[in-house]
Design a protein around this ligand. Structure first.
Ligand SMILES: [Zn+2]
Length: 68
């Protein structure tokens, strides 16, 4: 199980950035993949993490971008 910062490529601006795993929040998660909302600059991403805290999927949080 890997903890600590992860590199992620933003699907919106295609920029790679370092992202800290919300380890404490993930410890309370009972079901995986768990969606985690990440703010990057002025947009939001939804990352799905599996039970090994590996990135299963990344999604653009379109609804949240529109409501900003
Ligand atoms: Zn971005």
């Amino acid at each position: 199980m890997s903890e600590g910062p992860k590199w992620l490529q933003c699907p919106i601006c295609k920029e790679s950035f370092n992202w800290e795993l919300p380890v404490e929040a993930l410890k309370k998660v009972k079901r995986f993949p768990a969606p985690v909302i990440i703010k990057h600059k002025d947009h939001y991403l939804i990352c799905y993490l599996d039970s090994h805290y590996q990135l299963a999927d990344t999604e653009v949080a379109a609804a949240m971008v529109e409501s900003e």
